[in-house]
Ligand binder design. Structure first.
Ligand SMILES: *Cc1c(COP(=O)(O)O)cnc(C)c1O
Length: 427
């Protein structure tokens, strides 16, 4: 039975690492920067990408590869890699196929860090972008493409806007223009949504969130579906389809095939040159989290749903955003892509705006004020006084984060205790 034919629960626990006779049952932490070889010729083959193996942990480490293989199996991809953070994962996924002069089409409600990466930092590299509403029509979406467009980017459930992306609509437009769709699947995780099944070509993660799930280790991951035919669009992706001079002229798409080219290039070029590797220690911690991901996600969803329903019925709450509520504009689309629910993050506005939000949050006992989401402990944040502090009330309104908005990430506590905490703080 191949690893990809197991069910989600089995993959969470066992995929990626199968010990041999007498080997450690838990994945070993290979805490070594380097690896020993008998001859220079053996080593040379690795440097020519003629043989698979490890030579320096800035590029690759066995512990990381066990965990990356598990995440690839969870997403239903052909290859995966870990990065030092979610930011690094999204940068690598884009920069692996974009260069100076390229253009990206991205959903406008993506995570602020990724928005900044694309609109400010990558712009300095000569890579431009057009942002479209996730709710745009097919015509509006198609109109965003240019001759130099090389990728489409969106988030399954956006952080913190909580919009849900119509993955099929974005995949169709990307493929009609001969470019891949990259989906950041951080919030639902593969337990609740597998974007590759809906046409995404590359999937990224901030593993810092639910995958680790304990607020213990920052990390990221990239998975390739193996479905995008680089050679069919060879002129658009010369980095994959023409010789790489830094590796004696190998052509990634030829040598490693459709299922291996993207991740091999990303590891051997971008990891080599930028070095955003995850530490093997953090990869081990991430794997501990993954072993219970399928058990934790339903509980996060259960708590998010209960909290959203409670808040919606409370007179001091003006508005609740949660795609599990039938009144939410994303309810139908969320049911299609995430029939078992999305995640435990809820956002809401209080009557009384910013001041009310500040007082309310200071009265919470279980939910701590934190710049974080998606771990075992419930936490909350008022974007207007923290992550979006530089904006005035008008700008906040335009960005879809009104001054009184509270983002609450429901953890794994008892939902009765969480609701009682909300109730006393609202009072
Ligand atoms: C947190 C987050 C990121 C960035 O990840 P880091 O691990 O903090 O670098 C990217 N995308 C989404 C959706 C996130 O929530």
């Amino acid at each position: 039975m191949s690893e990809n034919s197991y069910r989600m629960d089995t993959k969470c626990v066992q995929a990626g690492y199968t010990p041999g006779n007498g080997e450690p049952r838990q994945i070993p932490i290979i805490q070594s920067t380097t690896f020993k070889y008998n001859t220079s010729e053996d080593m040379g083959k690795l440097f020519d990408l003629e043989a698979a193996g490890y030579f320096y942990t800035r590029l690759q480490n066995p512990t990381n590869d066990y965990v990356a293989a598990k995440i690839a199996a969870l997403e239903g991809g052909t290859a995966g890699m870990l990065t030092s953070s979610g930011q690094a994962a999204n940068f690598f996924a884009l920069f692996n196929i974009c260069e100076c002069g390229s253009h990206i089409v991205a959903s406008s409600t993506i995570y602020g860090g990724t928005f900044n990466l694309i609109s400010v930092t990558m712009a300095k590299m000569g890579i431009t972008a057009t942002f479209v509403s996730p709710d745009c029509t097919e015509e509006e979406l198609n109109a965003a493409f240019q001759e130099n467009t090389r990728a489409v980017f969106g988030e399954t459930i956006a952080n913190p806007a909580l919009t849900v992306l119509d993955i099929e609509k974005f995949a169709k437009a990307a493929h009609a223009h001969g470019v891949p769709l990259i989906i950041d699947n951080t919030f639902p995780t593969p337990v609740n949504c597998r974007p590759i099944e809906w046409g995404a070509d590359i999937v990224t993660h901030s593993t810092t969130k639910y995958m680790d799930g304990h607020g213990a280790a920052v990390g990221g991951a990239i998975v390739d579906s193996g479905n995008f035919d680089w050679m069919a669009h060879a002129d658009k992706f010369p980095g994959l389809t023409t010789p790489d001079d830094s590796y004696h002229g190998i052509v990634y798409a030829e040598k490693f095939g459709q299922g291996g080219a993207f991740i091999t290039k990303c590891t051997s070029q971008l990891m080599r040159d930028f070095g955003c590797i995850q530490s093997p220690q953090n990869a081990f911690i991430l794997n501990l989290g993954l072993e219970s991901l399928h058990v934790r996600m339903p509980k996060h969803v259960e708590n998010g749903q209960a909290v959203a329903e409670f808040l919606q019925s409370h007179p001091k709450v003006k508005k609740v955003n949660y795609s599990g509520l039938p009144s939410d504009p994303y309810y139908a689309i969320a049911k299609k892509y995430m029939p078992n629910g999305g995640c435990g993050v809820v956002s809401f506005e209080l009557e009384g705006g910013r001041e009310a939000a500040e007082v309310f949050m200071s009265r919470l006992k279980l939910a701590a004020i934190e710049t974080h989401v998606a771990d075992a402990r419930t936490c909350c944040l008022n974007p207007a006084t923290s992550t979006h502090r530089q904006m005035n009330d008008e700008q906040l309104e335009a960005a879809g984060v009104p001054a009184g908005l509270v983002r609450m990430s429901c953890g794994l506590e008892s939902k009765e205790d969480l609701i009682a905490d909300l109730e006393q703080a609202l009072r």
